[in-house]
Structures are given as C-alpha cells and as structure tokens.
Design a protein around this ligand. Structure first.
Ligand code: SF4
Length: 368
C-alpha cells in the first residue's frame, strides 16, 4: 500500500468489511514478520457504547484480530488509555472489548497504568507509554468525529491515548495542537483503520451520531485527517495540528495526490437508528428517498456547517434538498449526489463529500 492510498468500504457487516479492507490493503504484507508484536489502538476516550458516536466499534477489532490470526500472526494486543476523567477498564467493558479479549485470548492493556519514558519528539519532550514503544506494528483505529476543542479528531489525535495521564493534562495546557503534531513524530501510525460508521457530529463524547456505515484505511495519518476535514466540511485552516504535523514530516495533507480505492458502492442502510434531536433538526431540510448512509451523512455534516455559521434557520421555507436512489430518473429543483442528476440544480458525486456539498449549497440553495 502506498502512502497516498485511501481504501474505503461501505456496508453494515463491519467485521467482514474490516477483513475485506485489510485483505485489499495487504496488511499482512506490510507487517511481514509473523513474530511481530502488533498493538491495536482504538479510540476509547470515554466509557460509552460505539453507537453513541464516541468509540471504536468492537467489530473492527474483531475483524482485524481474525484477519491477523488467519494470516499467521499471534502476538496481538489491544492498548488504550482513556482520558483523565474516565477509567480505561470501564471503557473496555462499555465498548464490548472484554468479550473479544476472552473469545480470542487477546490481552487488554490499560495504558493509564503503564510505565512510560520521555522522548525527544522533534524538539519537544514528550512522555510515551512503554507498551506503545515496545510494539513492532501499531494499528491506529480512531473514530472519525467532531471535537469541541480541535474541531475534528481522527488519526493524529487518537495517539493521545498512548501517553500517561500527566502528559494528557500538560497537552491541554499547551493548547493541544502543537503537542499533538509533535507526538506523532514518535508515536507509530503503521496502519490506520478508521471507524466511519457513526462518528459524532461535533463532540468527542458522542450523543449525536451521524450514520455513514463506512470503514477507511490509510498509512498516512496526515492524509487521513485532511480527508476527515473534507468529509465533515472543514478547511485545513480550522484544524491547525494537521499542517503542523505535515511540517514536522509526519505525512502529506495533499488530497489532490490521493488515490482512492472504493472496494464497493455505498448502499442504503438495513436499519436506521432513531436520530438524535440535533441530527433530526438538520434533517428537516432534507427530502430523502432511499439514500445511502455515506451520502446522507455527508449532507448532515454540510448542513451542520451552515447551521454553525447561522445560515440555516432562514432556509426553513426553501425547497428541501433531495437525496437518494429513489430520485433517479425523476426531476426536481435541487438535489445532492449522482442520483439527482436530472434535477435543475444537482451536485455530482457518489457520494459527494461534505466540503463539496457545502460549496454547492452556498451557491445554489442559500438565499433561494
Ligand atoms: S449518489 Fe445515490 S447511489 Fe451514490 S451514494 Fe448518493 S444516494 Fe447512494
């Protein structure tokens, strides 16, 4: 897999999707040595169920473990240190990892209790947990979601879980962005498997999940986080740590050079959970007909950007935005996605990204 590759798979069987994506990316070939110590690093900042939009789905870990075992790897462990106000052990249970650990005989390592040492991270001293340092290969497994302080959180910020609690507190006093960028010069990102199933609209603790039913694979954490900005309708300028990490040589944010491998087409969800009130309020501007989760979720993120800018309320009387496979071969005023190609105003893409939807709505829907 090349540094500029992005693998993407849609669906609702998250365990099988994980295995398919890892096969396509040839993760086993990347790791090489069957005796390598492999650490899975999910996002369990808080003790909450993944359906809340806060934490990594257990199916991604289970699919990864099954894939690795089938490929002859056995030295696998799950490591995480929840944020200062929560217990990692409680978080392991809330996300269902205790069951996986028992079933597959994989240790759960609480990094809040781990030993650590200080390292030079491109000119900044940063303490790192010993378990993370002693890993031969780390699979970073973040949730693609919003964050109240850093706007988004994904690969780069997820590594805050491999530092001790005292260091987490210090990162906050330093404003997060600079230390997160420096941390990623010493924390490993050998492969990044992103949970884009139902990450939260704008809060790391969850509560407003946006179903997108998608899993993504990267080897470059900077490219990953730049892609997340596009997926949620933010510019790179709104998330300073991404360019800071790029300047330190961690990776490239140049999405124009990215090669996207879509392993299947987006699809309609088998089951739609009841939306939160916030998501429901955004959905009142949409007229969906058999919409795929990835398309619908991108539109929700774009509408949230307009809402944050105070541009949405006055649109209550505007034409609703059509979306979904049910719009194929029919006409209408405004629609998002290739399926609405016959509408007077339509944005191409299957699915389009929130950043593209945002620009389209600003030009074609606001002040309508
Ligand atoms: S454009 Fe149509 S087929 Fe493509 S993701 Fe959107 S709703 Fe699904």
């Amino acid at each position: 897999m090349k540094k500029n590759d992005i693998f993407m798979i849609h669906g609702s069987d998250y365990r099988e999707m994980t295995k398919s994506l890892l096969h396509a990316a040839d993760l086993a070939g990347m790791i090489g040595n069957r005796k390598a110590v492999i650490s899975l690093k999910p996002n369990l900042a808080v003790a909450k169920s993944p359906s809340s939009g806060a934490t990594t789905h257990a199916e991604l870990l289970e699919g990864t473990i099954e894939y690795l075992k089938e490929q002859g790897f056995s030295r696998i462990r799950i490591m995480e240190g929840s944020w200062v106000g929560d217990s990692t052990e409680r978080a392991f249970r809330a996300a269902g990892y205790d069951r996986i650990s028992e079933l597959h005989q994989i240790p759960l390592i609480d990094l809040q209790k781990d030993r650590f040492q200080e390292y030079d991270a491109a000119g900044m001293k940063i303490k790192l947990c010993d378990t993370a340092v002693s890993s031969d290969f780390v699979i970073n497994m973040p949730v693609l979601k919003g964050h109240c302080q850093t706007t988004i959180t994904c690969a780069l910020k997820n590594n805050k879980g491999v530092i001790p609690n005292s260091e987490k507190r210090r990162f906050h006093t330093l404003g997060l962005h600079k230390p997160i960028a420096h941390l990623n010069t010493i924390a490993r990102n050998d492969f990044i498997l992103v949970d884009n199933i139902c990450g939260d609209l704008d809060f790391e603790e969850g509560g407003n999940p946006v179903p997108m039913d998608r899993i993504l694979g990267f080897t470059d954490p900077v490219l990953c986080d730049a892609f997340v900005c596009d997926t949620m309708g933010f510019s790179l300028d709104e998330v300073p740590y991404i360019r800071m990490a790029e300047k330190l040589g961690v990776g490239s944010s140049d999405l124009s050079q990215a090669e996207i491998h879509m392993l299947n087409q987006p699809s309609e969800p088998d089951f739609s959970p009841k939306p939160s009130r916030r998501v429901e309020a955004l959905a009142q501007y949409i007229c969906p007909e058999n919409a795929c989760s990835a398309c619908y979720g991108s539109l929700i993120h774009a509408l949230n950007r307009l809402d944050e800018a105070g541009l949405l309320k006055k649109q209550l009387k505007a034409s609703p935005i059509a979306i979904g496979q049910g719009c194929r071969n029919r006409s209408g005023f405004i629609g998002v996605g290739r399926c609405t190609g016959k509408f007077c105003r339509s944005l191409k893409g299957c699915p389009p990204k929130a950043s593209e939807i945002l620009e389209f709505l600003k030009k074609n829907w606001l002040n309508d």
